[in-house]
Design a protein around this ligand. Structure first.
Ligand SMILES: [Zn+2]
Length: 452
């Protein structure tokens, strides 16, 4: 393993400027998905990489939906590390932005643009890491694979999933770094950085009720809409039970490890018993957002999000359907979850899962996690590093099918706000310092983990 002292020195002031330029250039490419047009980003990355001697491949189901992959060879003594990021971004309402969403403008210490946090920042950091490792000739024991993929925001079918199903050999790796963690949070004045070690699966479902059709002027009791409303009211104040996972334990124990005895005790009380954990979370004197997130990390969750019933105000429909977003914890099965749902909605409730996706969990005690901890310790000496669970999903769900242990780590300097809150919002932006800090952390994690 190389150490920071034995590796060739990096001209950080020059890199600081260079990485900001790459980010600005990427933000200026309109890769809104749909339709995506990720080929714009793929061409940019290819030009930059090929100018420095990398060989790139661009793959995908169509010329527009392009994923770029390149590789830096190690000596093969250990299996590859995959640096993954997506180049597509979500929609924008340009009139609500102070700076154009595809401007890459710099103002007040921030770089503005759709994707500044999710996740062209990481595309640029990982690109910069590849360039530096090659320029400096850092000897590697693992190949480093760089994949900038299309289509994450609408599920990855034309991006990571396509690569996994059509050319998995291009990205086969033991470990992967992806979005999902790397940001900071603060409790009681103590700063923590997260590394995502788990990601919930999707267990979205429909509930369908049926009744008698009829004229709206002659009401009757067998009304499908009323029956559906009664079923949905059962989730008011009620969620499925708590299940502990290694990530939840690591997260809560990590938070507790840096708190004074009283708060530490309240935090550790969450882990005493699954049956009392929900009340223990409610009692925590922490930020309301963090508390909601902790509840969601501890259980399968249900949130009604769409309704479908009736077509005319004077016609009683014979059917009503509710769509519920629902997320499954690592370690849980759909069969087991169905029992929890029937316990809430009743045994005869008609529940139909929609395109379920498996949950994931990587070991919170791996060598990669340890390297991340060490590097963060150098760059944020007072912070504590904790594993975390993403309650949503990313392309990790596709790549982990290849056996890759994917960690969410997109390092972002904590400046007193929860950074993730700007994601998908208006005026998405990243602090210049945060971007430069993140680039150093990313480079050092990769160099330390994969260096000889
Ligand atoms: Zn993303």
């Amino acid at each position: 393993m190389t150490t920071a002292n034995t590796r060739p020195p990096v001209d950080w002031p020059a890199v600081d400027e260079e990485v900001i330029t790459h980010l600005q250039n990427l933000l200026r490419l309109d890769t809104r998905n749909p339709p995506g047009n990720e080929i714009r980003a793929a061409h940019y990355l290819r030009d930059v990489l090929e100018a420095e001697g990398f060989e790139c491949v661009i793959v995908g189901p169509s010329p527009e939906r392009a994923t770029l992959i390149t590789r830096l060879k190690g000596n093969g003594s250990e299996p590859p590390l995959l640096l993954m990021s997506h180049t597509d971004v979500v929609a924008v309402e340009p009139e609500k932005w102070t700076h154009g969403p595809f401007s890459g403008d710099i103002a007040d210490g921030f770089i503005y643009g759709r994707g500044a946090l999710d996740m062209k920042n990481t595309v640029a950091m990982e690109l910069m890491t590849m360039l530096l490792l090659k320029r400096l000739g850092v000897p590697l024991k693992r190949d480093i694979i760089f994949m900038a993929e299309a289509d994450e925001e609408t599920g990855g079918h034309e991006g990571a999933q396509w690569v996994v199903e059509n050319c998995p050999e291009l990205i086969q790796a033991e470990y992967g770094l992806n979005e999902g963690g790397g940001g900071g949070l603060e409790i009681n004045g103590q700063v923590y950085y997260t590394v995502e070690t788990a990601e919930k699966g999707s267990a979205r479902f429909k509930i369908r009720t049926t009744g008698d059709p009829g004229h709206g002027s002659v009401p009757h009791e067998n009304n499908a809409i009323v029956k559906l409303a009664e079923l949905l009211s059962k989730v008011r104040g009620k969620q499925p039970p708590i299940h502990f996972t290694a990530t939840l334990r690591g997260y809560v124990e990590g938070l507790a490890s840096a708190q004074p005895a009283e708060l530490a005790g309240l935090l550790l009380a969450v882990l005493e018993d699954e049956s009392t954990a929900s009340e223990a979370i409610d009692r925590l004197p922490i930020d309301a957002f963090l508390k909601r997130e902790l509840h969601a990390m501890a259980r399968n969750t249900i949130a009604p999000t769409m309704l479908e019933a009736g077509s005319q105000i004077n016609v009683i429909p014979s059917e009503a359907v509710a769509y519920l977003d629902s997320r499954l914890l690592p370690g849980q099965t759909l069969e087991g979850y169905l029992l929890e749902l029937h316990a809430i909605f009743g045994a005869d409730c008609n529940i139909e899962f929609i395109n379920p996706a498996i949950p994931l969990e990587a070991d919170p005690a791996s060598p990669l996690f340890e390297v991340i901890k060490d590097v963060l310790h150098e760059h944020a000496p007072d912070a504590v590093v904790v594993p975390t669970m993403l309650t949503g999903g990313t392309d990790a769900k596709h790549v982990s099918r290849l056996g890759t242990k994917v960690y969410g780590f997109s390092p972002e300097f904590y400046n007193g706000t929860i950074g993730w809150s700007g994601v998908h919002g208006h005026d998405e932006r990243i602090g210049i310092h945060s971007m430069q800090w993140g680039t150093r952390v990313m480079y050092e994690v990769v160099a330390k983990f994969a260096g000889q």
